[in-house]
Design a protein around this ligand. Structure first.
Ligand code: AMP
Ligand code: FES
Ligand code: ZN
Length: 338
């Protein structure tokens, strides 16, 4: 197999593009693709400082690498979710990446704002872990960007992530989530920053290859709470389709964005106001994140009263509060999700 560009030995075949590249030309292709996506989708300008949300995984570190190499002004944001060894190791990867490149990394611990790491938040709220985690991540990305003067947050979502999300929404015909599926979530309120996904046209295999060729040390393990998630099944199904017919994944997502999404966008815009407590956006009086932090505090107080030293009992006193949280979580995810 020969590289399409230079005729040298190819290291990677890209069946959906019916092509192959050597190591250097693949990296050039990957960078060009990313920068072209940023330009074509008007994600951000050269002058705008970009906050890159980095998880320690291949996608977000590959994205940060491309932006640094291209001379963008960036800072990384690592959210420490307090998920045992997984968080410790992913944070170490982000810190090492930033230190090697002399880049700025902002670290925010969920435990400092919510009162506990994600595993205890799950116990306190009895919400599926990933939903409380997703809410906390979106909230803290937005709030940190505002506090630190960034107008845009970039995440490492890739083609496989985006196609799997679209597939899941389509299976449920979830119109709200279909309307939200976009690589550029514009800031629709002064307290929101733009959220962009510059890798959304590059596959997981391509980001892994780029990270490997660039010698980026990333965390390979998935979050322990992701095991058994339906998104993984959806990714498997799409991978089988892709094997049988290269290009299916990209065509599913890109054609949706081009032709079908406008049909789901018509609904009434949600009216946003500022949370009475923290000033971030909400559709109600108090935002979902502040309610989450309240639940965690009450849970800890109840646990402390029952057994000052011991592990925590399950909160049972406020079913109405929980219902409020569920509906507000849904509302917040409509504005900000994925
Ligand atoms: P995930 O939802 O885990 O697939 O992650 C999607 C994207 O969200 C990643 O590519 C990152 O840009 C961002 N992200 C996920 N986890 C974190 C984290 N702990 N800190 C900062 N950004 C994160
Ligand atoms: Fe949020 Fe796993 S990263 S639950
Ligand atoms: Zn709030």
């Amino acid at each position: 197999m020969k590289c399409r560009k230079c005729g040298g030995r190819a290291v990677l075949e890209l069946r959906r593009h019916n092509t192959a590249f050597c190591a250097d030309d693949f990296q050039a292709f990957f960078r060009h693709h990313t920068l072209e996506t940023i330009r074509r989708w008007q994600m951000f300008t050269r002058e705008e400082p970009v906050l890159v949300a980095v998880s320690g995984g291949k996608d977000s570190l590959a994205l940060w690498d491309v932006l640094l190499e291209a001379g963008y002004t960036t800072a990384g944001l690592y959210l420490d979710l307090g998920i045992f060894d997984y968080s410790r190791e992913s944070k170490a990867r982000c810190q090492a990446f930033a230190a090697e490149r002399g880049a700025r990394l902002i670290v925010v611990a969920v435990a400092e704002t919510v009162g506990a790491g994600i595993p205890l938040v799950e116990q306190a709220t009895r919400r599926p872990t990933c939903s409380a985690c997703g809410l906390s991540k979106r909230y803290l990305m937005n709030r940190t960007a505002l506090e630190q003067g960034f107008t845009v947050v970039a995440t490492g979502h890739n083609l496989d992530d985006e196609a799997a999300t679209l597939f899941g929404s389509t299976l449920r015909w979830d119109e709200a989530s279909l309307a939200r599926q976009t690589p550029v979530l514009e800031a629709t309120h002064p307290k929101l920053v733009r959220r962009v996904k510059p890798l959304f046209r590059l596959s997981e295999r391509e980001t892994a290859a780029y990270a490997f060729l660039r010698g980026i040390d990333y965390i390979v393990e998935e979050c322990p709470f992701a095991r058994g998630a339906t998104s993984i099944t959806h990714k498997d199904v799409l991978n089988r389709l892709e094997d049988a017919s290269p290009g299916s994944k990209a065509s599913f997502l890109l054609t949706y964005l081009d032709r079908a999404r406008p049909r789901f966008q018509a609904g009434d815009p949600v009216e946003l106001r500022e949370c009475a407590r923290c000033g971030q956006t909400t559709t109600g009086e108090v935002c979902a994140f502040c309610k989450l932090a309240d639940q965690v505090r009450r849970h800890r107080e109840a646990a402390g009263a029952l057994s000052p030293a011991g592990p925590v009992a399950v909160e049972t006193d406020d079913p109405a509060g929980s219902r409020g949280l569920v509906s507000d979580l849904d509302a917040a995810s409509e504005i900000h999700a994925s």
